[in-house]
Design a protein around this ligand. Structure first.
Ligand SMILES: CCCCCCCC(=O)SCCNC(=O)CCNC(=O)[C@H](O)C(C)(C)COP(=O)(O)OP(=O)(O)OC[C@H]1O[C@@H](n2cnc3c(N)ncnc32)[C@H](O)[C@@H]1OP(=O)(O)O
Length: 161
């Protein structure tokens, strides 16, 4: 990477993470504590910037900016960065639905290359609950035609929580 690229990468752009009408901002740290630092820990940084919301049906959504430090293929997000977002957001969706969990299994399908320095939307849904197993599905997209990734996340409730 050239020095001039590095300068532009570390500039601190303002990013619009505002939600849609009818979404209410969701205060993740007040539910799960301040440990969500890997993805959400640097709200003004150059890796991820995230803001969580819930809709009227209490489904968890997020606006997520994939910054220059998430780069994998040139100009596009690293698959691991997308998986990290899925892990945090889909796990958080289970917590937000009232299930104290850890993620036991996560499948991510990468459907289209995700350009960096772009705000995308994540939506999630609790699709089933069987005993301790809570299945959450989610997708990352920017519009109906452009889905970047889909995730299926098996969460396991933590006994005694
Ligand atoms: C903080 C809020 C946001 C959270 C976002 C971040 C989410 C995370 O990244 S969590 C960190 C990553 N995950 C981990 O580190 C988890 C590591 N794994 C573990 O701790 C354990 O394996 C754990 C807790 C998942 C399951 O262990 P244990 O409590 O002994 O349960 P166990 O009896 O084996 O399984 C319970 C049930 O889940 C099923 N199960 C457990 N793991 C899996 C798996 N990987 N795949 C499929 N099924 C599984 C079992 O088959 C069993 O099913 P059934 O009840 O039908 O027999």
């Amino acid at each position: 990477m050239s020095a001039s690229n590095r300068v532009s990468d570390t500039a601190n752009p303002s990013v619009d993470l505002s939600g849609e009408e009818g979404w209410n901002e969701f205060d993740a740290p007040s539910l799960v504590g301040d440990s969500l630092r890997f993805v959400s820990g640097e709200p003004d940084g150059n890796r991820f910037r995230t803001r969580y919301y819930r809709d009227a049906e209490q489904h968890l959504h997020a606006r997520i900016w994939f910054g220059p430090e998430t780069e994998g293929p040139p100009g596009h997000a690293h698959g691991g960065s997308i998986a990290a977002v899925m892990d945090e957001a889909l796990g958080l969706a289970a917590w937000a639905a009232g299930y104290p969990i850890v993620v036991g299994n996560l499948n991510v399908s990468f459907r289209a290359m995700l350009p960096i320095k772009k705000v995308v939307t994540l939506e999630s849904q609790v699709v089933s609950v069987e005993g301790r197993k809570v299945m959450i599905h989610g997708k990352l997209f920017c519009d109906e035609e452009t889905v970047y990734a889909e995730g299926q996340c098996l969460c396991i409730t933590i006994p005694g929580r």
